[in-house]
Design a protein around this ligand. Structure first.
Ligand code: ADP
Length: 724
């Protein structure tokens, strides 16, 4: 126990250097441990204040404390912050010039530097080891200690050598710190650093201001924009897996009026830092980033974190969502989940070693199960990090939705019995196979067809049993083997339950939409349109068509009307975003339709409908632009086809697409050379009186001698002259 005098000194220093009046959580006891030269292991969620745990004791002692940190990019930032507080801090890494590095080394030798940040790569250099051996080192802090473990989500091989190097420097106390460590990773860290004797300070990972929600990724862009419109002008981070996706989503958001910027390692560093600063200074609301963004960034008022793609592990997910709501205020964490993202992530690692692939697979399975499960998200997450919580959080999506539940007593007992009968030497999949009576190679080779529970659960499928087993893990009846996390065994609590079972409600997991239905990456509008408005718009179209003496479809096609009755455009600009309505059409026919919609929206107090207006990025491919330019220059279609190295038919397809989306094209120069006036008039007249511009119908109705290409060309001419 610290003396009152030391306590007072610590508090004074806390106030004097950092300006804080109180320690948070376990900070004071941790610092005391370090001052007592004891090995210390700190597991605290992001934002809880880990840095202070080694910064303050470094200032209270003689000599220099070494801080090992994996991220060179962040070192400068942390050192700058410390220097601003008047602390003698420096860093040693590959970005320093020779003279800078010499200065740092000199100051360390002189004992002037209180905190020296070092990258593990620099630590392994013989010169540096020699220097540190000669210096007066107070202790070693290892930040992001989970990087030591192959079982974690961010394994760095050079971290494995740290202990060896520390031993070469001297007999020094170690403080290891991390924000994410499952029980398995924790054991691994302690073993590797030979600090099994260390005192562990495990803070609760519970962040009760974070609201977790997971949606099946069905129409990601619509889901994204809907979420953001509900959190307008709030600060948020959107995580995507690839740089390309980051660019695409940022662009998409900008087009939709969201003040968003991209951030990824492929951008030049000036621009990247500029975007980061814009986010920190609130010049931009939303940053779209790869996971590289956010580490070490201390923005307290991030109100939402969205995972547009599934994260690689629950550890990563928890760290990233942890960047929301550091100020303790209500914040939202939404993930769009699809199994195909998980498959993609598995593929990324297909060339890695078998062990690495297996680890990745285990992490991804946990991720996938978390997404599908109907159990309270907070309980699941905390359980994953080894913290058992008896009660649900009552504010995640699963707590808010009434999932069907059932009395699982008999099923729990059956699952526990199966684990025991298979000698606790198997994983979930195997146990499920035994329960459902599935004769896999493994089941057969271990003769598990012979045990009493084989096939006893065949009325349910493997998914159901997986859910029973996982919920039993969350209830601590079953646990993972710490040595080999793929194996499960019955716990003491589970054994007690077997002796004195009681009724227990488990929830029914989601009926996840099938992948095919689910993934509609480019979906732009939902398909439920407002029937009432649609009818009004259709009637108006008929009236206008009569007045102008042209067919109704030449004004707007039905799918365009349906889209209007979904997204309620109330300005010419918004109308132009509707498929099939270009600038020409919007200007020529738009006004009465916009007026009707504005009136309708006002009368029906439709305010939310606008939230789903999703504008797609301008979809004029290079070939489209080239075709338009070549038509302007009156090039023959055959020549255009040749120049683009595509077929004549493909050029016609593109021309139709261009025309259908509202652009006027003048093909007379070409049509005049291949058709006589009579045929032209016949087709033109046909379209003038037809019910629709459907090509198949036209082909059937028109004279047999008239060719398909001719009909297609005149249709374009007709639509360009009358409709666009
Ligand atoms: P972590 O490394 O655990 O993610 P940090 O060390 O970056 O967290 O601390 C998060 C924030 O909490 C920082 O802004 C830090 O200055 C602040 N903080 C740390 N300790 C205290 C304290 N005792 N009182 C007030 N603020 C603190």
């Amino acid at each position: 126990m610290a003396s009152t005098k030391v306590q007072t000194q610590l508090k004074d220093k806390l106030k004097e250097v950092f300006g804080y009046n109180q320690f948070r959580g376990d900070q004071e006891v941790i610092i005391q441990h370090i001052l007592d030269r004891k090995n210390t292991f700190v597991i605290m969620p992001t934002g809880a204040g880990k840095s202070l745990c080694y910064q303050l004791p470094a200032l209270m002692q003689e000599g220099t404390a070494i801080v090992i940190s994996p991220l060179i990019a962040l070192m400068k930032n942390q050192v700058d912050q410390l220097q601003a507080l008047g602390v003698d801090a420096s860093f040693l890494n590959s970005t320093l010039s020779k003279s800078e590095s010499n200065r740092v080394k000199k100051e360390t030798l002189e004992g002037k530097t209180k905190l020296l940040y070092v990258a593990p790569e620099s630590l392994t250099k013989e010169d540096n080891i020699k220097l540190l051996r000669k210096s007066n080192i107070s202790f070693i802090a290892i930040d992001e200690a989970h990087c030591i473990s192959e079982w974690g989500h961010d394994f760095r091989p050079e971290y494995r050598r740290i202990k060896q190097i520390i031993e070469a420097i001297g007999d020094l106390p170690i403080i290891a710190l991390t924000a994410t460590a499952t029980p398995k990773v924790r054991a691994d860290i302690q073993k590797n650093l030979k600090m099994e004797d260390a005192n562990i300070f495990l803070s609760s990972f519970h962040r009760d201001n974070l609201f977790y929600e997971i949606l099946p990724k069905t129409e990601p862009k619509v889901q994204l924009i809907r979420f953001i419109r509900n959190h307008q002008n709030k600060s948020g981070i959107i995580y995507c897996l690839s740089r390309k996706k980051v660019e695409e989503v940022a662009e998409f958001l900008r087009i939709n009026g969201v003040n968003a910027l991209p951030y990824h390692a492929g951008m030049d560093s000036g621009q990247r830092m500029g975007n980061q600063d814009a986010f920190l200074n609130e010049d931009c609301d939303v940053i779209v980033a790869t996971i590289a963004f956010g580490m070490g960034i201390d923005k307290p008022d991030v109100r939402f974190v969205i995972h547009y793609d599934a994260p690689k592990s629950l550890e990563g997910y928890y760290q990233e969502t942890g960047r929301a709501g550091r100020d303790g205020l209500e914040s939202f964490c939404m993930m769009l989940f699809s199994e195909s993202d998980i498959a993609k992530l598995e593929k990324f690692h297909k060339d890695k070693s078998v062990t690495e692939r297996e680890n990745v697979h285990i992490l991804l399975q946990e991720m996938s199960y978390y997404a599908h499960s109907s159990v309270c998200r907070t309980r699941q997450l905390l359980h994953y990090f080894g913290e058992d919580v008896e009660h649900n959080c009552n504010h995640c999506d699963n707590c808010k939705t009434k999932h069907a539940s059932f009395n699982a007593k008999d099923q729990i007992l059956l699952a526990l019995k199966t684990v025991e009968e298979t000698s606790s030497r198997f994983g979930i999949e195997h146990i499920c196979n035994v329960l459902t009576g599935t004769k896999s190679d493994y089941v057969e080779s271990y003769n598990h067809t012979e045990i009493s529970t084989f096939g006893k659960g065949s009325e349910f499928d493997n998914l159901h049993w997986e859910s029973i087993i996982r919920q039993s893990m969350i209830n601590s009846f079953l646990s993972k083997d710490v040595e080999n996390v793929t194996l499960i065994k019955v716990t003491e609590k589970g054994k007690k339950y077997q002796k004195e079972p009681y009724d227990l409600a488990y929830t029914q997991d989601y009926q996840w939409p099938s992948e095919l239905e689910a993934l509609n990456e480019e979906a732009v509008v939902t398909n439920t349109f407002d029937k009432e408005l649609f009818d009004i718009l259709k009637a108006k179209r008929k009236k206008v068509a009569n007045q102008k003496g042209i067919p109704p479809y030449a004004i707007f096609q039905e799918p365009s009307l349906e889209e209007m009755a979904t997204t309620y455009p109330t300005s010419q600009e918004e109308l132009m975003q509707i498929n099939g309505v270009g600038a020409g059409k919007a200007k020529k026919f738009g006004k009465p339709f916009i007026d009707i919609i504005a009136d309708f929206v006002e009368k029906n107090e439709i305010t939310t409908a606008k939230d789903v207006v999703v504008k797609s990025t301008v979809n004029k491919s290079k070939s489209k632009i080239s075709i338009i330019l070549q038509i302007d220059r009156k090039q023959d279609i055959e020549d255009i086809a040749e120049s683009l190295k595509i077929s004549f038919d493909d050029v016609l397809d593109e021309i139709e697409n261009i025309c259908d989306s509202g652009t006027k094209l003048n093909l007379d120069y070409y049509i005049d050379t291949i058709m006589d006036d009579e045929r032209m008039d016949e087709i033109y007249e046909y379209f003038m009186q037809a019910e629709s511009d459907d090509l198949d119908v036209a082909y059937d109705e028109l004279d047999e001698e008239i060719g398909e290409d001719e009909i297609r060309l005149i249709r374009v001419k007709f639509l360009s002259e009358v409709a666009n």
